[in-house]
Design a protein around this ligand. Sequence first.
Ligand SMILES: [Mg+2]
Length: 367
Amino acid sequence: MKIASIEAIPFNIPLERPTAFAHASISSAEHVLIRVTTDDGVVGHAEAPARPFTYGESQESIVKAIDSWFSPAMVGTDPFDREVARNDLSWLRHNHTARGGVDMAVWDVIGKSLGRSCHKLLGGYTDSMEVVHILFAATPEGMVEEARDMRERFGFNTFKIKTGKNVKEDARAMRMLRAELGEGPEMYVDANKGWTADETIRLLPVMEEVGITMLEEPTPAFRPLARRRVAKKSSIPIMGDESVTRLGEVGREILDNHSQIISIKVARTGFTESDRIVGLCEGLGIGLALGSQMDGTVGTLSSLAFAAAYKSTSDRAGELDYFMQLTDDIVAETPVIENGRMHVSGKPGIGIEIDEDKLNHYRIDKD
Ligand SMILES: [Mg+2]
């Protein structure tokens, strides 16, 4: 079996409402569907989300990278030889989501060709994951309303609070949410690098008081002394996200003791490199949490297949609900969240079935 083609299909799906966080805002899922087809007709899919504010990639650059570099290097090769592909493209810097997407689409091919789910092939630890609801609302009052509504409708028991825009409002949101939710539900925060070290340190007592369990990317990792000050003072573990976009960065952040938990996102490290990150973190005694790259449904199914395969990535709740922000979808069947959990389908490969009519409607490379 050889790879016959790798296609990169850009598509846009409007969001229910714009998603705003500390340093950017998006109003539409501008993603690229990656389709790998083999010479004997097996078709694998994955999704690369354009996140210029994190990786410097655009839809155009993802398509260009796949057409110019990934496709020429990999067409004609055996999809099982993932280590050969990884090595052949090791010279290429950045292009995180293009690289991650191609890797996962190849894994989808591998699973389908074997008639086994990627979840099983990777480890098959559990068939369901607890899901985090990420609170993006603009005001503390909006967050409280959103948390109440999502808890009632879907049974969420873990919430991530998007902070980093206004310290006073962030403190108010944390206190109001704890008052609304009671002692039970887990809450953690993601400042998306939006706080200074001083601001973060001033907020630590509030975060301790309301029982925040993880402090995600409080300050920019490229200001290492600021990060070090926060890490020294904080009793709450710091989770690296934007600072750990590849294996080497994970190693650096851990050795510098700037992060004690690593956000693993298959959108940027695929399955192959994510597996190495899991091993590195387990070996060093560092925690893992499944993060969302504001994944669409294809990306969500990929994240679920990976995270549910390992104990260390499924012990904590995973960020798997962003697809609900989309106004429509390119998959035939959207996943369901019940009692705060999402179940692995067990279908061969990642379990993605593309609705070709919907894809034709939302793709932007054809009239
Ligand atoms: Mg984050």
